[in-house]
Design a protein around this ligand. Structure first.
Ligand code: F6P
Length: 342
């Protein structure tokens, strides 16, 4: 077989571990040829390929990012884009295509499946907002990076008697904020799923300081919104999948806290730091397991599926189950975290 592989959407630690697993088992055990497409779906539209073998994946396991490059190119936004992708796959004699990505990338894989192309999805995103899989690789690393940052901010907040507001990525889901906020002992956590009342936020901080605290940590998801307001975005522009560029809500929160409480406050926006660097051990193992399952599915001709973490096991689920609805933070987890607010 000739098996194509691509990485699409936002990069994250663990992508190279998936590539390494697909190549290692695909070439060494199944004897297949692995063809990498550069820069996500753009590389398929433009037929930009690189043959991958054991030599080209040596040392990849701990390496962040993706050696194939990625993009947010959406073939559906290109005239006859899906057909052009299918033509490239035929010209390159691709017998199976493994698409590693989030809901946008896997949404294209689903369209290809419905058009009759042999596609398999591997879930990827630091946001952890993909349905049908318990966790996505990239998320654990992002949470650890954010938690390390929050730990560091505790000491400077305490030294200056300040309120430190930390903004994390996650698009329209609050998973990173929730997990890093809980792990970092945040005093308030704001997530998109629970629109916030800024007066209540300030009352929580004031109550905490009345009980002897001299500093507070507030973790804000970039997609968090005030109850009556609209989302703060960096710019009105949309990407090829219609996503607005987020970021900056924490500055609004900081101004409100300082104005209302009088407590000196500062903002740290972690942004793309959460997408960089080496994957944690958990993400290396998860990415490896998903990559092996994906090449197994390709070898067996089990197309139209996404490989997923379900409990402690790796399973194959229909692609449509993964991209139908985003997975967002539920009341149960939020209620546990809220025990420690203030
Ligand atoms: O989907 C992953 C993600 O990091 C989101 O958390 C974030 O909003 C977005 O990508 C940023 O996109 P870009 O890297 O294209 O600016």
């Amino acid at each position: 077989m000739r098996v194509g592989v691509l990485t699409g959407g936002g990069d994250c630690p663990g992508l190279n571990a998936v590539i390494r697993a697909v190549v290692r088992k695909g070439e060494e055990i199944y004897g297949h040829t692995i063809v990498g497409f550069r820069h996500g779906w753009r590389g398929v539209l433009e037929d930009e390929t690189v043959e991958l073998d054991r030599g080209s994946t040596r040392g990849l396991l701990p390496r962040g990012g993706t050696i194939l490059g990625t993009s947010r190119t959406n073939p559906s936004k290109v005239e006859n884009g899906i057909e052009k992708v299918r033509e490239t796959l035929q010209e390159e004699r691709i017998d199976a295509l493994i698409a590693i990505g989030g809901d946008d990338t896997l949404g294209v894989a689903l369209q290809l499946t419905r058009a009759g192309s042999p596609a398999i999805g591997v879930p990827k995103t630091i946001d952890n907002d993909l349905s049908a899989t318990d966790f996505t690789f990239g998320f654990n690393t992002a949470v650890q990076v954010a938690t390390d940052a929050i730990d560091r901010l505790h000491t400077t907040a305490e030294s200056h008697d300040r309120v430190m507001i930390v903004e994390v990525m996650g698009r329209h889901a609050g998973w990173i904020a929730m997990y890093a906020g809980m792990a970092g002992g945040a005093d308030v956590i704001l997530i998109p799923e629970k629109p916030f009342d800024i007066d209540e936020v300030c009352e929580t901080i004031e109550r905490r300081h009345k009980h002897g605290a001299s500093f507070s940590i507030v973790v804000v998801a970039e997609g968090a919104v005030p109850k009556e307001g609209s989302m703060v975005t960096q710019s009105g522009e949309l990407d090829a999948f219609g996503h607005v560029r987020l970021g900056g809500i924490s500055n609004e929160v900081q101004r409100a806290i300082e104005d209302r409480t009088g407590f000196e406050s500062r903002v740290t926006i972690l942004g793309h730091v959460l997408r960089g660097g080496t994957p944690t051990a958990f993400d290396r193992v998860l990415a490896t397991r998903l990559g092996v399952e994906a090449i197994d599915a390709a070898h067996e001709g089990d197309f139209g599926k996404m490989v997923a973490l379900r409990g402690a096991g790796i399973e194959r689920v229909p692609l449509e189950d993964a991209v139908s609805e985003p997975k967002t933070v539920g009341e149960d987890l939020y209620d546990v975290a809220a025990v420690f607010f203030g």
